[in-house]
Design a protein around this ligand. Structure first.
Ligand code: ASP
Length: 320
C-alpha cells in the first residue's frame, strides 16, 4: 500500500517582515494546518487523491487570505477573472475553467468539467453556464472583492511596473508575504493509499492583469499536472514563465525520460529553467513513492504537507 500524502500551497512571493505580526503569521499557519488536516483525513479514510485535492483547494478558495475564490485579485479594469484546473493521475483526465467571474468555487467547476464534460477546458460565459447547469452556486461578480485586494490594485495602477513586482511593501495589510509581490494562487497535490496521484490549482491570477489574460494555473502541463507514472505538481508564480517552460510537465518529463529524482527534477525546473527566464515562484510535488518536494525561488511560499500517519508541517519562509 502506498504511503499516502498531501501537500498544499497558498502562493509564493516576497516577504515583508516589517508588516508581519506574530498573530498574523499564526493565523496563516493555523489555516494551512487545518486544510492539510482535512486532506489528511480524507486520505486516512481511504479516500481518493482526487477528492483530497478537490477539498483542500475548495477550502483554500473559501479562505480570503489566499488569492483564489473569495479574496481573488483584481484585473486592470477592476473585475475578477478566476482560473482553475484539476488532473487525475490515474486516468490523465483533466478538468479546467478559465476567465470565470461568477463561480464561487472554480475548483468544483473544474472537477465537473473533468467528470461531466467531453472537454478539458471551458472559458468565460460558457464555463459559467456549464457550472450552473451542474448545480454549482453562482455568485455576483463582486463576491470575490475585498478591500485589501482593491487597495492592492490601486497601488499597482499607480506604479511603473505592470503586474505584481512593484514597490509597495510598506503598505501591506499585515500579510507576511508582501501582498503586492505575492502570487497567491493555491494548489494541492496528493498520493492516496491506492497509489493514485492527483493535482489541483486555482487562482485569481495577477493583480492588474489585462482582462482576458489567462495564466498557467488552468493549463495542464504548465501550472498543474498529475500522472501515476511519475508525479503530481501544482505551481505558483509568474504564470507566463510557467507556461513558457511547461513547468509542471517538465518535472514529470525529467523523471520519466532522464530518470531524475523528484528533488532533482523539481529543483531543475524552479531554480534553473524558471529562474533563467526571470520567473518567480515555486511548486509543490509528490511522486508515486510518496516523496514530497516544495521548492521556490521567491522569498517565501505558504505551504504545508502531511503523510497520512505523520505530523502536519507548515511553513512560510525559506528558513522555516
Ligand atoms: N501563476 C498565477 C498566474 O500567473 C499567479 C499565482 O501563482 O499567484 O495566474
Amino acid at each position: 500500500m502506498a504511503r499516502a500524502v498531501i501537500a498544499i500551497h497558498g502562493g509564493a512571493g516576497a516577504i515583508s517582515r516589517a508588516a508581519m505580526s506574530a498573530d498574523k503569521e499564526q493565523h496563516y499557519r493555523q489555516e494551512l494546518a487545518a486544510i492539510v488536516a482535512a486532506g489528511q483525513q480524507i486520505l486516512a479514510a481511504g479516500g481518493s487523491a482526487l477528492d483530497a485535492v478537490t477539498e483542500a483547494v475548495r477550502r483554500l478558495e473559501e479562505c480570503p487570505l489566499f488569492n483564489a475564490g473569495k479574496g481573488a485579485v483584481f484585473t486592470h479594469q477592476g473585475t475578477h477573472e478566476l482560473d482553475a484546473c484539476i488532473m487525475d493521475g490515474r486516468t490523465l483526465d483533466i478538468g479546467a475553467v478559465a476567465g470565470v467571474s461568477h463561480i464561487r468555487n472554480p475548483v468544483l467547476a473544474a472537477r465537473k468539467v473533468l467528470e461531466a464534460s467531453p472537454h478539458v477546458l471551458l472559458i468565460g460565459a460558457g464555463a459559467e453556464a456549464f457550472a450552473a447547469a451542474q448545480g454549482l452556486e453562482p455568485v455576483a461578480a463582486d463576491f470575490f472583492s475585498t478591500p485589501e485586494r482593491y487597495a492592492q490594485l490601486q497601488r499597482a495602477l499607480h506604479s511603473e511596473a505592470l503586474l505584481l513586482d512593484h514597490d509597495g511593501a510598506a503598505q501591506t495589510a499585515g500579510d507576511p508575504l508582501d501582498p503586492d509581490r505575492k502570487f497567491g494562487t493555491v494548489g494541492a497535490v496528493a498520493l492516496d493509499s491506492h497509489g493514485n496521484l492527483a493535482a489541483a490549482t486555482s487562482t485569481g491570477g495577477m493583480t492588474n492583469k489585462q482582462v482576458g489574460r489567462v495564466g498557467d494555473s488552468p493549463l495542464a502541463g504548465a501550472g498543474c499536472y498529475a500522472s501515476n507514472d511519475t508525479v503530481a505538481v501544482s505551481c505558483t508564480g509568474t504564470g507566463e514563465v510557467f507556461i513558457r517552460t511547461q513547468a509542471a510537465y517538465d518535472v514529470a518529463a525529467q523523471m520519466a525520460y532522464a530518470g531524475r529524482s523528484l528533488q532533482q527534477a523539481t529543483a531543475s525546473v524552479i531554480h534553473d529553467k524558471v529562474q533563467e527566464l526571470e520567473g518567480s515562484g515555486g511548486l509543490i510535488a509528490v511522486d508515486a513513492q510518496g516523496n514530497v518536494a516544495l521548492p521556490f525561488n521567491s522569498e517565501g511560499m505558504y505551504r504545508g504537507f502531511a503523510w497520512v500517519d505523520g505530523n502536519i508541517e507548515v511553513a512560510i519562509y525559506r528558513d522555516s
